[in-house]
Write a protein of this length. Structure first.
Length: 423
């Protein structure tokens, strides 16, 4: 069985392709069930975020190409469409990749903490779909422990940095004083929650939260002193916004070219700053062609984010050292699964001898032999049977001078030499 990590991310593929292979929360369970029904696929996990879509799969020999073929077929892409954008890691490299992803070392924002929660969500989805077995279950538990240790033992989480923080920082560069700005947040997930916190810290003049489920928008808005609207009412409020930050799980854009064009006209050409950090994208790309609109996508944030990487690079090196050690520990456990355990065989042989001799001892009692005679037979015969083969091999080792076997036998049976005992 081979462990494979297969995927694409913000470094290997443009957002236009990433959004085509993204999995939403509602479809992931069904996709996992379909993937694990593929021939040779033993277990699977799907991780899909704004910056990456990855499959972690254990496959039988000869089925190594199945996950890539399935991914293209599932998203109805032409054969070979993904080839130049995909990366693949096998075995220990796949384990190392998962550890680095979960600790934020492979994120656009180095060390960002949100990815660990997304990995945990992916784990829960795989469990719900019954797509995991012992090896990957153990891998995920090990992953969470590694991420916790990296956070505890390094400064990888020092200095608040996230996609949400970066979006707010970029807005602050455009609007020198956010206290004069009206901000519209679209969505109600973790990223929007983080953006709301940063905006409140900046004392924005007004905060509007729009979401498909009005109740969720109201809960988020109430925590941050904002005003909630339903997503259906977005066209009526868009013109109020100086800044728009959007991150939903919608499969189609929620902000169209026509909506923004009308809003800009209503604003009398007053500029509007928009950040779309959703994949698939929430704002139609053609909005960037409108005058007085400054639209930034998830990939546009990279330059701002790169400025923050240097402060975390030393911590990242420390984190990689921890990860290298933990990769070997997990792989040692995984290799042990494929080895035949001689302790089990030894016990089975011993129990077989015991049962044979016990039958004979009971037969002696039935024939009228005394209990002492039956017990002596039992003890002597069982001892001889258990020691016959080891004794024969040790005699051969002594004659041939095989000291390695003789010393190994001493350690195996707990027998120490006189010099060692005296020490």
């Amino acid at each position: 069985m081979t462990l494979i990590a297969l995927g694409l991310n913000h470094l290997t593929a443009p957002v236009s392709l990433r959004e085509q292979v993204a999995f939403d929360t509602d479809s992931t369970g069904t996709a996992l069930q379909a993937l694990t029904r593929e021939p040779g696929v033993e277990e699977a996990l799907i991780l899909s975020t704004c910056n990456r879509t990855e499959l972690y799969v254990s496959v039988a020999a000869g089925a190594e190409e199945i996950p890539q073929l399935w991914l293209s077929r599932h998203h109805q892409l032409t054969a070979g469409r993904l080839d130049e954008f995909l990366y693949r890691h096998d075995e220990d490299a796949a384990v190392r990749h998962m550890f680095r992803v979960a600790t934020g070392l492979d994120s656009m924002v180095l060390g960002e903490p949100q990815i660990l929660g997304q990995v945990k969500d992916a784990y829960q989805a795989a469990r719900d779909a019954q797509a995991l077995r012992a090896p990957m279950e153990r891998l995920l538990q090990h992953t969470f422990a590694v991420a916790k240790r990296v956070r505890t033992d390094t400064r990888i989480g020092a200095h608040t940095v996230s996609v949400a923080f970066t979006a707010v920082r970029l807005a602050e560069q455009v609007f020198a004083d956010l206290r004069q700005a009206c901000v519209l947040l679209i969505g109600a997930g973790d990223t929007i929650e983080l953006a709301a916190r940063h905006l409140v810290d900046k004392q924005v003049r007004r905060l509007i939260v729009a979401n498909r489920t009005l109740e969720n928008a109201q809960e988020l808005a109430s925590r941050h002193g904002g005003y909630a609207i339903a997503l259906a009412d977005l066209p009526q409020h868009l013109a109020d916004a100086d800044i728009v930050i959007s991150s939903t799980a919608a499969r189609q854009p929620v902000v169209t070219h026509a909506m923004v064009e009308k809003a800009i006209a209503t604003r009398r050409r007053k500029p509007m700053f928009m950040v779309d950090i959703a994949v698939p994208r929430d704002i139609e790309p053609s909005v960037s062609e409108l005058g007085d609109v400054f639209l930034y996508g998830i990939d546009d944030l990279r330059q701002v984010i790169d400025d923050n990487r240097r402060s975390r690079e030393a911590a990242a090196r420390e984190a990689d050292a921890i990860i290298d050690l933990q990769v070997e520990r997990y792989m040692a456990w995984r290799r042990a699964l494929t080895l035949r355990n001689p302790a089990i065989d030894l016990r089975q042989h011993a129990e077989l001898y015991r049962d044979e001799v016990l039958v004979k001892a009971r037969a002696m009692l039935a024939r009228g032999k005394s209990p002492d005679e039956a017990l002596a037979f039992l003890a002597n015969t069982l001892t001889n049977k258990l020691l016959h083969h080891p004794s024969a091999r040790l005699r051969e080792a002594a004659l041939s001078g095989d000291m390695d076997l003789l010393h190994a036998a001493g350690r195996l049976y707990g027998i120490v030499e006189q010099g060692e005992r005296d020490e």
